[in-house]
Design a protein around this ligand. Structure first.
Ligand SMILES: *[C@@H]1O[C@H](CO)[C@@H](O)[C@H](O)[C@H]1NC(C)=O
Ligand SMILES: *[C@@H]1O[C@H](CO)[C@@H](O)[C@H](O)[C@H]1NC(C)=O
Ligand SMILES: *[C@@H]1O[C@H](CO)[C@@H](O)[C@H](O)[C@H]1NC(C)=O
Length: 350
């Protein structure tokens, strides 16, 4: 009798588990274009902006039913690896290298103007993050003339002007030799506004390469991550938080994207850092992670998409399709994904 009851319960648990796997699906909204998308910014459930290689930007104002595609004139060969959108008319895009540029539009993408340029040799921008509509930061890899220093520039007028604070320094000592940031999804940093001056702001950056660390500003702290590292293609790619005291970090080896070794870690932050390793990690290299609710997360990479319903402890593969980036609406509930060949998808949950 007791055994039978147990079996019934086991069956119930199993069927709940299976049905959640069967019902979370990704619908492809657009694809088949010659651009690799790594920048994605979802303003609300209707307004979606994406950016990628070949100077490409896409915008939807109807929840992804239709996308307008454009090539930014004069920047046809540039790779816009990150985008931050504020509304249906306003967005800024980050062109990674030589020269590194940031462009802004205020008319829905019809016209773009340059708000930032740096011609430093070897310059490679990785990601931008905004604490609110005004305050943001862009980070870049260490360059030859300033080895082991993370490049950073700040804005506090929604990207109109960018500068580096004198008391911070344009380049600060941080990374080790062979350590840098991946420009894979624009999500390897979190910028938190914590005062009215640059130096009060808090920031968390995750790195990869020969070593993989989490670097914090305010307080200044560098901590090794228990993630795959030691090669150019390995390390942390993305960090997300729900409430500022729990974080999920994903990565792995982009050159071996089915490898699921040490590709995810949960970080609890109070006075000290406590790392928790998932029981069932995501099923391969992952370039982006995002919270959907406090306990529900999505992560994606070139070898597929996983969902967790328990804060990142157990991950379930819901698609084998390749995506670089996934983002939830900043003011809304919808979740979109984007990747190579101009692929844009939307998550549908039970
Ligand atoms: C910010 O940029 C705008 C437009 O380029 C310019 O007119 C303004 O003077 C700049 N403000 C500062 C404080 O640099
Ligand atoms: C800090 O967080 C860890 C992990 O959640 C917990 O075990 C520890 O008790 C916390 N410490 C304090 C001082 O809250
Ligand atoms: C992913 O591919 C594997 C191997 O081909 C297959 O067994 C699995 O069912 C696929 N998963 C999904 C969610 O499509």
């Amino acid at each position: 009798m007791a055994l039978k009851k147990l079996l019934i319960i086991a069956n119930l648990v199993l069927s709940v588990f299976v049905s959640s796997a069967q019902n979370a699906v990704i619908n492809i909204l657009d694809s088949g274009r010659k651009t690799s998308i790594r920048g994605l910014s979802v303003v609300d459930d209707d307004i979606i902006w994406a950016s990628g290689s070949s100077g490409t930007v896409a915008r939807s104002v109807d929840g992804g039913k239709t996308f307008e595609w454009l090539t930014v004139p004069g920047y046809e060969k540039r790779d816009f690896r990150d985008i931050e959108a504020f509304d249906k008319n306003t967005a800024i895009i980050m062109g990674i290298a030589e020269p590194a540029v940031i462009l802004k539009t205020k008319d829905g993408g019809k016209n773009w103007y340059k708000v930032f340029e740096d011609t430093t040799k070897g310059m490679f921008l990785d990601a931008m993050d905004f604490a609110d509509e005004k305050n943001g930061v862009v980070i870049g890899d260490p360059v030859v003339d300033f080895p082991n220093k993370i490049y950073r520039a700040y804005t506090h007028d929604g990207g109109e002007n960018w500068s580096h604070p004198l008391d911070d320094g344009k380049f600060i000592d941080h990374t080790a030799t062979g350590e840098a940031m991946f420009a894979s999804s624009g999500t390897n940093l979190i910028f938190i506004k914590a005062g009215n001056t640059f130096t009060k702001n808090k920031m968390l950056i995750v790195t990869g390469g020969l070593s993989s660390n989490i670097i914090s500003q305010n307080p200044l702290k560098k901590t090794a991550l228990p993630l795959l590292q030691g090669k150019e293609s390995t390390g942390a790619n993305s960090i997300a938080t729900y409430n500022g005291d729990t974080y999920v970090i994903v990565g792995g080896d982009f050159a071996n994207d089915k490898n699921a070794d040490s590709n995810c870690v949960i970080l609890k932050v109070n006075k000290t850092y406590t790392f928790l390793l998932p029981t069932t990690p995501p099923h391969g290299y992952r370039s982006c992670v995002e919270y959907i609710t406090k306990d529900k997360l999505i992560t994606c990479g070139t070898s597929g998409v996983d969902i967790s319903n328990d804060g990142g402890m157990n991950w379930e593969l819901i698609s084998n399709k390749s995506f670089h980036v996934c983002q939830k609406a900043k003011k809304g509930n919808k979740v979109f994904l984007a990747g190579s060949n101009g692929k844009i998808g939307m998550l549908t949950m039970p």
